[in-house]
Design a protein around this ligand. Structure first.
Ligand code: TRP
Length: 373
């Protein structure tokens, strides 16, 4: 009997069986044939090759349309419940790759309403956290002409009529079945999915013609978009397509990097010293003693440090395999490996933090409908 796991938009626990999740959600695997097809558009991102973005809905239709000259639009988002960490940046980097490869427009939704409703936070807190998160989004280098940031509480005038039309098509019993709500759930939470559905329809509304939308997101967001896809045809909008990823693991060996374990989470604002300390304490696949590890080797499969190279910090497959080999043969020890990762992360963060400061000057130009922060 496999260990119990749970993946919902608000809670991820246990050892996640991603194949089982795909089967139960009913998404389609990104198989070798689809990867071969993606290779026609440019170098396929390692997150696809490595099975991190591993499952989809209607991606083939998006590509078929694109081949016929039908431009699609990207939509992704962030619930501003705290500072941005590397686990958030991972799918955003992938989203940027799609934007660059296909030259697409991008809507980036910040759901300050959602985090107010679902977390113990004030609305002031979630709205100001949205600004902090937006700096990271801008710093990642999305095309400023093609990218618009939505802030739900600011763009509500435009969004509300669309959310209402969605709301009228979703019953309480559907919301309960999909999200597990009960009588103690506040009624804002029950309405919330409609707000997450809206940006999937805005490109069509703004263009005045059917615009296909592709949503890169963590697999945990699929329930929202199942509802969105179900209501789309009845409202005269195309069903949004999805490309979904696994969760970024924590440094503690857990399946998801989460702010609930600060020591196992690297924030974009961390100092080099903090990074060194956190990586230093990471869970590894090493042995108890140096002698034993020299003799038996380590296990990269379970190692959080190796996973960081795999997910984000070593794009070169040959070098990644070499690292795994060295680990298995005992010729590299955990200390050295941790030092390499610390260095990689700190080089990345130094540059990112610089861009993040500069983002303050331009984040105002990238708002949807020109709202003021
Ligand atoms: N609900 C998401 C979160 O909690 C935020 C979000 C809104 C989102 N729209 C999205 C995520 C679209 C992915 C794609 O983080």
């Amino acid at each position: 009997m496999p260990e119990e796991f749970k993946v919902t938009p608000w809670e991820v626990t246990g050892d996640i069986d991603y194949d089982a999740l795909q089967r139960s959600f009913g998404t389609t695997p990104i198989d070798d044939a689809l990867i071969a097809r993606l290779e026609r558009y440019g170098d396929v991102h390692p997150m696809i090759r490595r099975g991190i973005f591993y499952t989809h809905r209607d991606l083939v239709q998006i590509l078929d349309g694109y081949d016929k000259g039908d431009r699609f639009c990207l939509y992704t988002g962030r619930g501003p419940s705290g500072n941005t960490h590397l686990g958030h940046m991972m799918p955003w980097m992938f989203t940027k790759w799609i934007q660059d490869t296909f030259g697409t427009d991008l809507l980036f939704q910040l759901t300050d309403d959602e985090k107010f409703l679902f977390k113990d936070m004030t609305l002031e807190d979630t709205t100001s956290m949205a600004y902090e998160n937006a700096l990271d989004i801008v710093a990642l280098g999305f095309d400023p002409k093609k990218t618009r940031i939505i802030l739900n509480t600011k763009n509500v005038q435009k969004m509300y009529p669309v959310a209402l039309r969605v709301a009228k098509k979703v019953t309480f019993s559907t919301a309960k079945a999909v999200f597990g709500f009960d009588n103690s759930t506040n009624i804002g939470s029950i309405f919330y999915t409609t707000m997450q559905a809206v940006p999937a329809f805005l490109p069509t509304i703004d263009a005045g013609r059917q615009v296909p939308v592709l949503i890169p997101c963590g697999i945990d967001q699929d329930p929202h978009f199942r509802v969105t896809r179900d209501v789309a045809p009845g409202l005269g909008y195309p069903k949004p397509a999805l490309i979904c990823c696994k969760m970024m693991p924590g440094l503690n060996g857990g399946d998801k990097m989460s702010s609930s374990d600060e020591n196992a989470t690297i924030y974009t604002t961390d100092t080099p010293k903090q990074v060194k300390k956190k990586v230093g304490r990471a869970f590894t696949g090493g042995c108890v003693s140096v002698e034993e590890q020299r003799e038996k080797g380590g296990n990269p499969e379970v190692c959080a440090v190796f996973k960081y190279f795999y997910y984000m910090f070593e794009h070169d497959d040959a070098r990644l395999n070499e690292l795994a080999e060295k680990c298995r043969s005992g010729s590299i020890l955990c200390g050295e490996c941790k030092m390499c990762l610390t260095e990689r992360i700190n080089v990345f963060l130094e540059e990112h933090q610089d861009k993040r400061e500069k983002a303050r000057d331009v984040v105002g130009d990238m708002t949807y409908d020109g709202f003021e922060w």
